[in-house]
Design a protein around this ligand. Sequence first.
Ligand code: SF4
Length: 376
Amino acid sequence: MTDHGTAIEWTHRPGTKGETWNPTLGCSIASHGCIRCYAAKSAWRKNFNPKTPQYHGLTRRVNGHPVWTGELRLAPEATLLKPLGWREPRTVFVNSMSDLFHENVPDEWIDRVFAIMALCPQHTFIVLTKRAQRMYQYFDETVKQFRSQIQNYISMARGLAPDCERPFNVDFLHLPNVWLGVSAEDQERAEERIPLLLATPAAVRFISAEPLLGPIDLARITRVGDGIKYDALRGLRSFVIGADGDGRAMYDAPEKLARLDWVIVGGESGKDARPMHPAWARSLRDQCAADGVPFFFKQWGEWAPHRIEPGGDLGGDIRAGRVKIVHPTGQSDVEVAIATSGRGTIPGSCYMACIGKRAAGNSLDGEHHLAWPVQP
Ligand code: SF4
């Protein structure tokens, strides 16, 4: 069994060692998926440890929860160069404690990170961001400058690793060992970020739907005002051409473009985690199966589907906060109560029990889903 350098399951790719690499440290909230940021909790645990001064002052506590202060630190050069010293193949989560495309990371620093990744074809680097717009712009601007800048860029990369004899892959825009992904916690964030990801050059594109906080239909990624619909798993794009008699949008024949190559799903863990409705996870599993896209079910998180036992005290468990009703739309109890004029429930609502991440596990309907895309 490989001795992995991180517990993050989707880095445990067969034949490689799972690893994290943090060329930057620190972050700030990008959307409601960040509210219980796992990385901020982890940084807070190191906040007062004299052995980890690089984390001091990056987080503070608000209402009992660790949050980022907003400061972002660039790693020392030794950290930046670390992957060059790893001999065996690793699957590396880039910036598990930050976001590479955070607005405070200079373009030149991102260049350096990509230089290192280009010089390490033996490793696979997984870059996950919530800043899809910045990632798209970074590549778009690089594309424009690419031809004239390439020699400077190669020199810079070689300058970082003067002893490196490895061939340098000049197709910087499609490095086969760099997988680019965006987080998508619900349909709104999927629609905001996936079109930008599909327009970004990458060898492998993926989404991480963790924490999954609402349903996502990847075949209907539409953006208000754009008049475009994406079928993200099949790689199709259609433009609106009008509306039918009922006011529904009509689209022209779809055209092919890039598609998603991988989908990761997980529920939230830790204190005050929000539950994931099983239907949301099942739906993404089934969408991936229908289009032959690898699906990775990472975890239920803190909450798992609740089995109602004879003689149990469901009302008491709900009042005590051990069991929650979760609505299939992702709406809160208050929103549902308003929408249903006080009836307070809608078809498909389910009970979820707070049993802890370890007990909840990662089995979905009795099966483990641990699939990765094939490295191009
Ligand atoms: S983008 Fe990631 S690291 Fe940054 S606050 Fe959100 S969840 Fe945390």
